[in-house]
Design a protein around this ligand. Structure first.
Ligand SMILES: *Cc1c(COP(=O)(O)O)cnc(C)c1O
Length: 369
């Protein structure tokens, strides 16, 4: 029942002629693990089915997946239109693209069709979206953006890390490429760094040749095996993460020391109608603003006893972090404020623990500050 781990770098050919046929592409078969490995292939096939795409590819990290897709879609002089809020390192990568390759980018809320059209230029070669946007949980209507992008023939890439295919399937909504930091919910146990990409066959074949074969950020067979194991319980875990997060969000909202709460599953969420349209549940991540200063936010975190102070999300354990000084510290302060990341904003990745244990820890720490 478990996929074997093919822990091998290379594969021997029966004859010289067989090796020649495989290199010529005349015969299916493995050659060398950077070009394909049975354990990794099993994972790639499975994520393709889950996302409803033609082909999947696995990478060494979420950032290897993000960079592979962006390198494949752009060249010098091109432009990328992004959601107004991105994973910190994706933001950093785009900065590097601009400095080294003159590939420019702009941010957009993509709140309306007009908004999307206004963001597109003659040079736009890719629309890159995170939804919900980390960490403020703003949403983008994927089918609306996909509809507009189609008119211009621009591919829409969605970083689906926060949702996984269990909560949101961007390809079904008309988007073209979906990618993941599988480090998060897909692995689900905080013990592997990995990335996944799914899209149509022609693009994915090109990605395999240009990004995996020649750039080389591939996933190891053992890490692929960990993700195959994680996928078996994805739906059960996502339901529990979501129900725990939903309850915590409701309880935090009533607490006098909480100024604002951002959780897609709440009716009060500014984009709740989009959430209902494209997500199964509100997911397992929420953010909240504490009444008080940065120092008080830090004091609150230091008082927690069960919840661990750590970046990342989607682990079995509840993790808490301070975006302004951690995940989004690389974003200049002005841009950070524009993204809605204030000094007292805190992000919580709600784990699988008993709800009372998580809530008890939060209340204790809140009462201590
Ligand atoms: C973590 C994360 C990434 C980067 O993934 P790594 O596996 O850490 O390289 C990209 N996008 C989002 C939304 C993430 O949360």
């Amino acid at each position: 029942m478990a996929t074997p781990i093919f822990q091998t770098s290379t594969f021997s050919f029966g004859t010289a002629a067989e090796g020649a046929r495989r290199f010529a592409g005349e015969e299916e078969g493995y050659i060398y693990t950077r070009l394909g490995n049975p354990t990794v292939r099993a994972l790639e096939d499975r994520i393709a089915v889950l996302e409803g795409g033609e082909r999947g590819l696995a990478f060494a990290s979420g950032m290897a997946a993000v960079s592979a897709v962006l390198i494949a879609l752009t060249k010098t002089g091109d432009h990328v239109l992004c959601s107004n809020g991105l994973y910190g390192c994706t933001y950093g990568l785009l900065q590097m693209f601009e400095e080294k390759y003159k590939i420019t980018h702009d941010f957009s809320f993509m709140a309306t069709e007009e908004d999307v059209r206004n963001g597109i230029t003659e040079k736009t070669r890719c629309i890159f979206i995170e939804t919900p946007i980390n960490p403020t949980m703003k949403m983008i209507d994927l089918s609306m953006v996909a509809r507009v992008a189609k008119e211009y023939g621009i591919p829409v890439v969605v970083d689906n890390t926060f949702c996984t295919p269990y909560l949101q399937r961007p390809l079904d909504l008309g988007c073209d490429i979906v990618l993941h930091s599988a480090t998060k919910y897909i692995g689900g146990h905080g013990d592997v760094i990995a990335g996944l990409v799914v899209g149509e066959k022609a693009f994915m074949d090109d990605l395999a040749m240009s990004q995996q074969k020649d750039i080389g950020g591939i996933l190891s067979p053992f890490d692929a095996w960990l993700l195959l194991r994680g996928l078996k319980t994805l739906h059960v875990r996502m339901d529990r993460h979501s129900s725990n997060a939903d309850e915590i969000a409701r309880k935090l909202k009533e607490h006098p020391k909480i100024k604002h709460i951002y959780y897609p599953g709440m009716k009060e969420h500014e984009h709740h109608s989009i959430v209902r349209k494209q997500m199964r549940t509100g997911g397992g991540v929420l953010a909240f603003e504490l009444e008080g200063s940065k120092e008080e936010a830090q004091q609150f975190m230091d008082r927690l006893r069960l919840i661990q102070i750590a970046v990342s999300l989607g682990d079995a354990e509840t993790l808490i972090q301070h975006p302004a000084t951690m995940t989004h510290a690389v974003v200049p302060e002005e841009k950070r404020r524009e993204m809605g990341i204030g000094d007292s904003l805190i992000r919580l990745s709600v784990g699988l623990e008993a709800l009372d244990d998580i809530w008890g820890d939060l209340v204790y720490a809140l009462n201590e500050v």
